[in-house]
Design a protein around this ligand. Structure first.
Ligand SMILES: Nc1ncnc2c1ncn2[C@@H]1O[C@H](COP(=O)(O)OP(=O)(O)OP(=O)(O)O)[C@@H](O)[C@H]1O
Length: 600
């Protein structure tokens, strides 16, 4: 009970927060809507006076002589009501759009700051749906339902005041039906809310299948998985369609029963109204005005059911959007710690040290065990290991893409615990070329300059030259302005890796991480890039991850990881002499001739 109350407050607070900047529009919309409701409530009174005036047969009565005044009055009321409805609508639209824009902005910024762990657990399709269709449902709630609730409440009050002023007995009959409609609407509200949650979840799953197939189209084709994927889609699509059909059936039932209750209410008003008119308790004009008020109430009160059911949908969407908003952002790092250390002489140092680091993505499944090593500033550190041995995990922990748990070791840069370094500063200091490079659907120039948007074309080309990609780019028809991705050229795996290397070089980070970044280029290009990178590497602390011994043998120190543990650590020469796993890998990878050339 307490929880539900808390959630309602939270909903109200959230809606209020995102209405910031559009409260004036919203207030204007509500005010204009209320004025238009009052104006509409005047029309039946004008009818009442016209009819009673004419039927009274009183020759000298003011209105029977001047019916045109009443006609003019009705026209004037209609025009005014139209103007206020227009004012209400445009302001509602403005309030709704501002609300949705604020919410989308907040969600986008927040999602950017959510930890990798959160992203791992959530499907992209579902997340996109929460940030788009669910926001749209909430916009609908603000522009339609919220306003409608105000309008209906006001309409009910004004109509009842008018009706009570004419006939109390008849008003009581109308009022008797109100709780029936409200209880009935509430029951459906609860039923429909549950179904909407399931339908929304099913929509999320359906979007995920489509999204996975669109991004993984090559894999699907290459492995002939079209049939399997079509069946998977069919299954999800079937579930989705069935859920909506059930929702449709429930809505049909709702509207049918609603029609029946409304019909009964109208019949009751007519029967008792005629009886009251025959008994002389009300005049004909009053009866007609009464019937007009009653019918003006029927739809808004019935619509209350629809509004409530739409509100239930908005409630579900709210929970889904709020789920993202409530997710904890990445810890920023302790700003105070930074200022405390401002005078620290070691602050500018970029030596890296891992001490007794153990890490598990999922509880109980450690992928790094007691890993300790140091990389002095300006040195190159190689990491070799089989697939899944934990190489990428080491560097993901270094840039805090994943957080190290307390008492599971420590990671330090220049003597500072990385959790004490503000995240922005840390990420700026650690430049990474990831194993699977991601390129935006923008120009090559924009892709390289992603981290330094105001870089000159010369700086960009210089970075591209070191990454041995400048020639290839210049051969594209639009050079650096060539679009990458769906609407542009498709780069090969090696080209993508080299563009990512250029992007990182431009960043001029004091720590550079290459996570298997040259796996998709041939050995010769790999060698050329390493040669070109030599100058840059001298000035930076470098972590080089590779499966290729040739890529690592020039490093100052090489660590061999095996199932999350350090198997060996030393220079190339030391490790070869040790005659362990490193030497075995080396021998497997190199033919004797190659070895001679390399060592010679
Ligand atoms: N986000 C994640 N969530 C859960 N487990 C993960 C995650 N990323 C990696 N792992 C697991 O952690 C282990 C180490 O993975 P990691 O990517 O560090 O290995 P790697 O040595 O870089 O492998 P590769 O050479 O194939 O890239 C693997 O068993 C992997 O399945």
């Amino acid at each position: 009970m307490k929880k539900a109350k808390k959630s309602k407050y939270r909903k109200a607070r959230l809606i209020f927060r995102y209405l910031q900047g559009s409260k004036v529009f919203f207030t204007l919309a509500v005010a204009a809507s209320l004025i238009s409701t009052i104006l509409n409530a005047l029309t039946p009174q004008i009818f009442r006076f016209s009819i009673d005036g004419v039927l009274s047969g009183d020759e000298g009565s003011f209105f029977s002589e001047r019916l045109w005044i009443l006609a003019l009055l009705i026209a004037a009321v209609a025009v005014m009501s139209g103007i206020f409805t227009y004012i209400s609508r445009i302001n509602t639209a403005k309030a709704g759009e501002n609300f949705a824009k604020n919410l989308r902005d907040t969600l986008f910024v927040h999602v950017q700051k959510l930890p990798m762990k959160w992203h791992d657990k959530h499907q992209t399709g579902d997340m996109i749906q929460r940030c788009t269709s669910d926001v749209e449902v909430l916009r609908g709630f603000v522009v339609t339902q919220l306003l409608e609730v105000f309008r209906t409440a006001f309409l009910v009050i004004t109509s009842f005041v008018m009706m009570l002023s004419m006939n109390v007995k008849l008003s009581c009959i109308v009022m008797l039906f109100v709780p029936v409609v409200v209880v009935y609407s509430t029951v459906f509200y609860k039923l429909i809310a549950k179904r909407f949650t399931t339908a929304d979840e099913a929509e999320g799953e359906l979007s995920t299948v489509v999204q996975e197939n669109a991004t993984g189209v090559r894999v699907v084709r290459a492995f002939g998985r079209e049939q399997f994927e079509m069946e998977r889609f069919d299954e999800k699509n079937d579930i989705f369609a069935r859920l909506w059909i059930r929702l449709g059936t429930l809505s049909g039932l709702y509207w049918g029963i609603g029609d029946l209750i409304t019909g009964l209410q109208v019949i009751a008003v007519i029967i008792f109204g005629v009886m009251e008119a025959v008994n002389g308790a009300i005049s004909v004009g009053e009866f007609i005005a009464f019937a007009a008020y009653n019918s003006s109430l029927v739809w808004p009160i019935r619509g209350l059911g629809r509004i409530l059911s739409d509100m239930s949908k908005a409630g579900v969407s709210f929970e889904r959007v709020d789920y993202i908003i409530r997710a904890q952002e990445e810890a920023y790092g302790k700003k105070d710690a930074k200022s405390e250390n401002e005078e620290d002489a070691s602050r500018k140092k970029y030596d890296i040290s891992f001490t007794n680091v153990s890490f598990a993505y999922e509880k109980g499944k450690e992928v790094l065990r007691d890993v300790s090593f140091t990389v002095p500033e300006g040195r190159t550190f190689g990491i070799l290991g089989g697939t899944g041995s934990g190489k990428s995990t080491v560097v993901q922990l270094l840039s805090r893409l994943y957080e190290l748990e307390d008492r599971k070791g420590g990671i330090y840069i220049g003597g500072r615990e990385i959790r004490e370094i503000p995240l922005e500063e840390l990420r700026r200091s650690v430049g990474m070329v990831l194993q699977e490079p991601f390129l935006y659907s923008r120009t090559i120039r924009e892709n390289i300059a992603a981290s330094v948007p105001d870089a000159s074309i010369e700086e960009i080309r210089c970075a591209a030259r070191i990454a041995c990609i400048d020639d290839a780019i210049m051969n594209f028809p639009d050079g650096y302005e060539t679009l990458v991705g769906e609407r542009g050229v498709t780069l090969s795996g090696g080209q993508r890796q080299r563009v990512s290397i250029a992007r990182m070089l431009l960043q001029k980070a004091p720590i550079m991480v290459f996570d298997d970044s040259l796996s998709a280029v041939d050995s010769e290009t790999d060698f050329n890039i390493r040669q070109a990178l030599k100058e840059q590497m001298k000035q930076a602390t470098v972590i080089l991850i590779s499966h290729r011994v040739t890529s690592l043998m020039g490093a100052d120190k090489i660590m061999v990881l095996n199932r999350g543990r350090i198997e060996e650590c030393g220079t190339h020469r030391e490790l070869i002499q040790k005659n362990g796993i490193y030497r075995r890998i080396y021998e497997i990878q190199m033919s004797r001739d190659d070895r001679e050339t390399m060592e010679g």
